[in-house]
Structures are given as structure tokens and as C-alpha cells.
Design a protein around this ligand. Sequence first.
Ligand SMILES: [Zn+2]
Length: 431
Amino acid sequence: MKNRYMHPRDEILATMARIYRYRLTTTSGGNISIREPDGTMWITPARIDKGALRREDIVCVRPDGSIEGLHPPSSEYPFHKAIYVARPDLTGIVHAHPVALVAFSTSRTGLDTRLFHQARHVCGEVGFAPYALPGSESLGASIAGAFEGGVRCVLMDHHGVVVGGRDLQHAFQQFETLEFTAQTIIRAEMLGTVRYLTEEEVALPHRSAPSIESFEAGEASSEEKELRRGLSEFVRRGYQQRLLISTEGSFSARLGEDEFLITPYQMDRQTLGEGDLVVVKNGQAEAGKRASRAILNHRAVYQQHPEIGALVNAYTVNATAFSVTGCELMSRTIPESYIFLREVGRLPFGVQFTSPEKVAAAISAEQPILVLENDGVLVAGSTVLETYDRLEVLESTARALIDARALGGVLPLPDSAVTELEEKFLRKPTA
Ligand SMILES: [Zn+2]
């Protein structure tokens, strides 16, 4: 969503479509609003199918309280209004009942976003609003009370979540990130003890943010255009497949010896285009663009490993559950998993922010996957397709490993079967 000139009706429609499509709300649940500088509020209507919303269904409430539209505003209009009164800095609100956040809201479990630095950075601290009747003024007062504490994300007791942003896109990004964080915590709790970052660790990537020089890129070659096309296509596919979310995941692909393309810093992965990718050449980034923070690690890997042609950092729910617990991500489950993943490596927290050369030393064509403690996974491959495929296999394997716990746990493939797989599929042909 590139929203600067989008009408509030269209922005609300696009955001609701996205939430509904990824099953973060039901047809009846959830509402979205935008406040304009003059105090006019645009909000989703009451009792209209979220799967078939039209732009004329969006309701406009003027500052004097007069209503323009085909329907009454959402029954939760009172709490949207109460949040905007309490927080002049917020101009977009998303409310819904996504499954993992409902699990937190109904079990009265606090949600700590210090699971990984990106979640903390995007969502901040999460507030809590005591239960009150839906649509009531007292629910408005309860929620506004939580927002008055300065938070932007609030868990509503026995109800769901409400998120406010400096604009609607910001609200949506926090909402999506928070639900993914909640899903990851739930999966991780099934594995073992969840490790959270300290305030100091959360600050580490910001303290050691790379300063990168820039260069003026000339006309792109057809080879570069082809790679831009392929890489941006896989970033969008990764979003659709829920392997990347709007705020998370960095993908790069090699263009030359010390030259690669990488995703930009904090740009929505759903709509990423060819032109948004950043060229990095001899350690300098294309002028006018901001490269992903993963730039130094990716460069170090490409420099040390000529056979690696693409890399992706991702925070897929199930693989990340392994990264936030001490649990081993064992790949001897099915032949596909072992052949694609090999033995999965692991790096302690912090190395990726301070020592790119250690990241490069830990990954290779023979060990193409690293679980980064409290920071998702890093996956390598010879091509964009191979890397993407490996990420999919990794996430499916991680999910099966967690699910198998309910059935008594995985029995690993025996050594004899692994040796056979290595001989048949993995041994390099001898000259
Ligand atoms: Zn609700």
C-alpha cells in the first residue's frame, strides 16, 4: 500500500481486504478507521460482510457528529473516538480478533514483544484493557485508559486487540507483526522455555546500525533487470505464503563478484517492486535508497562463498519458535527435509550485529541454514528459487516437528537411511 494520495475509503478497503484475506478477521469481526487532520473520521460500517466491502460502504463521521453514508458506523465507533481523543498522535486504528492474540486475551497472558528486536521496534510495549461490554462507552474508557499510558498496541481482555498508528499503514504493520509474534510465542511454548531479549539486547542492532556509503548507479543491465524481476516476485510470493510479513524479512541475490541486490529497509513486502530493490556494489549502496540492515552479513557471505547466489533472513512462525527456545531444529524427519536443509546450524544472539565474518564462517553450501538465536533464520542457496524453496521446506519441517510433539515426538531417520540419502543425493561427483 502506497497511501499518500489514497482516499480514506480506498485505504480502509485495501487494509480490510488484506486482513480478511490472511484470516486475521472474520466477516463479522473487526473494524478500521482513519482520522483526518480536521477531525473527520472514516470508519467501516456496522454489520456488513468484510469479504464484500465496497468503497461506498465506508462511513464518514464529521467533527460535529453528523454521519454521511449508507450504513450506521461500526458498533465500536465509541472506542475509536475515545482513542483519538486520548491520543492526538494517532490517525489510523485497526481492531480485530486474530486467533493467536485472542488466545492471549482470553488467557490473560501478557504479551512481551522482546521476543526479537524487530517486533519490539515495530510494536513497542503492549497495553491491556480490562473487559467491558462491546460497543459500550465503558469499553471506550477502558481502552482509552490503556492508550493514555503511551502504548500503540492494546490487548482487550476476552475480546481481541486494537492497534493505533501514525497512519493506517503503520497501524496495520504493527497489527500484523503483533499477531505473528503471538503465533511464534504460542508455537515456542509448545517446544520449551521461551527466551526473551533484555532491553540491552533489544538496543544492540540500533547501536551497531551499519553506516553505508552510497554510489550513483548507472543504467541497469538486462541481467540486473531480470534479477530484479525474479527477486521482487519471490518477495511478494513470500508475503502471500506468509513466509515474510509486511515489516520482516530480507532477501538478496548475487549479481556479480562483489555485487548484489537486496530488499530495502522497512518497505512493505506485499507491494515491493523491481525498482525498490537496492544494488550493493563493493560495499556501497545505490544512492537514494535505504538497504536492509542485513547488508553487511549478506555481503560477507557472498565474499566468502562464491557458490552462494541468494540469501534470505526470515521470521517464519515455526522456524522462529526454534530460534527463541534452545530446541534443536532437527532435519532428519523426511528425505526432502534432510536433502534440502542438511544439518541446521545455530548462532548465539548478537553475532549477526557485530561480526559479519562469523556469520559467513558458519554458513555454506553444505550447511545452508542458520538458526539465529532470537532473530529468526538465515537461509542460503545457489539461486533465488533454491533459497526460497529451502525456506519453505524449513518452515514446513519446523511445523511438523512441533506438531509431532502432540503425537509423542519425532523418531529421527536412522543413520543408515541418512547415509543412503547422502550417497544418492548429496555426494559431490568425483572427477
Ligand atoms: Zn471486536
